[in-house]
Write a protein that binds this ligand. Structure first.
Ligand code: CTP
Ligand code: MG
Length: 231
């Protein structure tokens, strides 16, 4: 039996949370590192669970921490927890395999984007509901971007007006995501990339600065500060 949030919801959210967090420095797996006294994963799941369309949440946890994560999240929201894989893509595939029949919209959302507002979960889901097979939240790129060679010599300046920085949650019609994962080859860093490889259209919706990916110690410090503004 899979635990449910809103039984009338049409959205399953997969949460890859099995990464080590190497770029954050030594310590526990990233999803379990504290942010304002609570693990990143708790912050992330609380916000996902607050989105009214969400029927099911499936977490891909570090294999050694599956039982710990079940106990950790029991008071936060009803979730299913499965062991993740060696690559993000394998973790997403493991979570996808655990989605119960029912939800026809599947969102994939990094645990590391712990402060993502529920409204972004809803807006991505709504864009899929309205007929798009694959939807990604994006922000414009603010820095000037240079292409360089192996010796850090500048080859040229890229036209940034045509570039977007991509966040999660990424949303998909369930059958489209399942087919893309079935056909997946070398691991990619996002799921929309798998859909692009299938030759299918992916559309953008506005992202959120609060959906930043906590990657380096600076990001964790920034997230701590953002939480103090959020109360
Ligand atoms: N992830 C996962 N399984 C993996 C690798 C990553 O579920 N084998 C998850 C992470 O837990 C994270 C998301 O994918 O929520 C985005 O990955 P990233 O930010 O790169 O996190 P880590 O891989 O943990 O960090 P690092 O690359 O610095 O080790
Ligand atoms: Mg990683």
């Amino acid at each position: 039996m899979t635990a449910q949030l809103n039984p009338r919801g049409d959205v399953a959210v997969l949460v890859p949370a099995a990464g080590a967090g190497v770029r954050l420095g030594p310590g526990a797996p990233k999803a379990l590192r504290p942010l304002a006294g609570e693990p990143l994963l708790v912050h992330a799941v609380r916000r996902i669970a607050a989105a009214p369309s969400v029927h099911t949440i499936v977490i891909a946890a570090p294999a050694a921490e599956v039982d710990f994560v079940r106990r950790l999240l029991a008071p936060v929201a009803p979730v299913t927890v499965v062991p993740g894989g060696a690559e993000r893509q394998a973790s997403v595939a493991a979570a996808l395999a655990a989605v119960p029949t029912g939800p026809q919209i599947v969102l994939v959302h990094d645990a590391a984007r712990a402060l993502t507002p529920p409204a972004l979960v809803e807006s991505v889901a709504e864009a899929v509901r309205s007929g798009h097979d694959a939807v990604i939240p994006v922000l414009p790129v603010v820095d000037t971007i240079k292409e360089v060679d192996a010796g850090e010599r500048v080859l040229g300046t890229v036209d940034r007006s045509a570039l977007r920085a991509v966040q999660t949650p990424q949303g998909f019609r369930r059958s489209v995501l399942a087919a893309a994962h079935d056909a997946a080859g070398d691991p990619l860093t996002d799921d929309a990339g798998l859909v692009e490889k299938q030759g299918l259209p992916v559309v953008c919706v506005p992202g959120s600065e609060l959906a930043l990916k906590i990657t380096r110690p600076f990001d964790l410090a920034l997230a701590e500060h953002l939480l103090t503004l959020d109360s």
